[in-house]
Design a protein around this ligand. Structure first.
Ligand code: GLV
Ligand code: MG
Length: 312
């Protein structure tokens, strides 16, 4: 998948409009996940798998990574948290046995930079031992109050990092929020309940120059709700959203792709600005609206994203 060049993000970063969760214990779901059209699929060794099944799920994840044709879909595994008995075996087993068939490890429940640093260091040891040439990438879940507080340090601790992911489910637990199973407040609340946490994750991700990916939306029979939440996050600068069901993948891909109107406007703004520049001006007007350097940077980032998607 082609990378997305961007002036304000670490370059190159991958396209991650949709990230589909698949329990690694359930091999019946693997083929469907591989054909879902998701930009990334992750085989989950953590909370979608019963604790007693976790070592067995590891074996199934390795087989799936090796045996299934994933096409251009990025292949990831969500390991168990660094404070659990499974974490080090997850990393060592999966990386050793899946070889080059693994692109990314997702680290859940990060509370501080050292959690990510620990995984990064273990990966470096393994890559050296295994003579692996392509470094394994990381994505990290911000889903704990301490993790949110330390999000900037987490976003800047590792060159392997591609994304911060906001995890509304565990964050609700950590925060003691009063929400339903879809993470919607069960009492009246003024405004967007998740704005604060999302905005902080988005800002931290930008400081680290990495992508921000939005939380899962458990109600897979509510496409309108999914699209609404994906839209809120995309307005804040998020680049994609988790899907917990294949039917949500297309919705995410749609929301997080620039629309033809956005592309057209961006082109016009860039052209008008370049034209103005040639006449020695630093700003111009398009349809009665000011276009200056900031508008052009916004437009260029959008066009780069559109180009990366077109090339896919
Ligand atoms: C994801 O892991 C979440 O807790 O929302
Ligand atoms: Mg979680």
């Amino acid at each position: 998948m082609p990378p997305v060049p961007s002036p304000s993000l670490r370059s190159p970063l991958p396209v991650r409009r949709s990230e589909l969760a698949t329990p690694a214990s359930n091999e019946r779901m693997f083929e469907k996940a591989a054909r879902s059209g998701a930009d990334l699929v992750f085989l989950d060794l953590e909370d979608a798998v019963a604790p007693a099944q976790r070592p067995d799920a590891r074996k199934k994840a390795v087989e799936a990574l090796r045996d299934i044709d994933w096409g251009t879909t990025a292949r990831a595994v969500r390991i168990n948290g660094v404070d659990t008995e499974w974490c080090h075996d997850d990393v060592i087993d999966i990386v050793t046995r899946a070889g080059e068939q693994l692109d990314t490890i997702i680290v859940p429940k990060a509370t501080a930079a050292r959690d990510v640093w620990w995984v990064d260091t273990l990966l470096t040891q393994l890559e050296t031992k295994l003579r692996r040439e392509r470094p394994i990438r990381l994505e990290v879940l911000i889903e704990d109050v301490a993790g949110l507080e330390h999000a900037v340090e987490i976003a800047t601790v590792s060159d392997r990092l591609d994304a911060l992911i906001f995890g509304a489910g565990d964050f609700s637990v950590s925060m003691g929020t009063r929400v339903d199973t879809n993470f919607v407040p069960t009492v009246p609340y003024p405004g967007d309940f998740w704005h604060h946490a999302r905005a902080r994750v988005a800002v931290a991700a930008r400081i680290g120059g990495v992508l921000a990916i939005d939380a899962p939306y458990p109600d897979y029979r509510d496409p309108e709700g999914y699209t609404r939440e994906a839209g809120y996050a995309s307005a804040l600068g998020f680049s994609g959203k988790w899907a917990i069901h294949p039917s949500q993948v297309e919705l995410a891909n749609e929301v997080y792709s620039p629309t033809p109107d956005e592309v057209e406007n961006a082109r016009r703004n860039v052209e008008a600005y370049r034209e103005a520049e040639r006449s020695g001006l630093g700003a111009t007007g398009v349809d009665g609206k000011l276009v200056d350097a900031a508008h052009v940077k916004l437009a260029e980032e959008l066009l780069a994203r559109a180009e990366a998607l077109r090339a896919m």
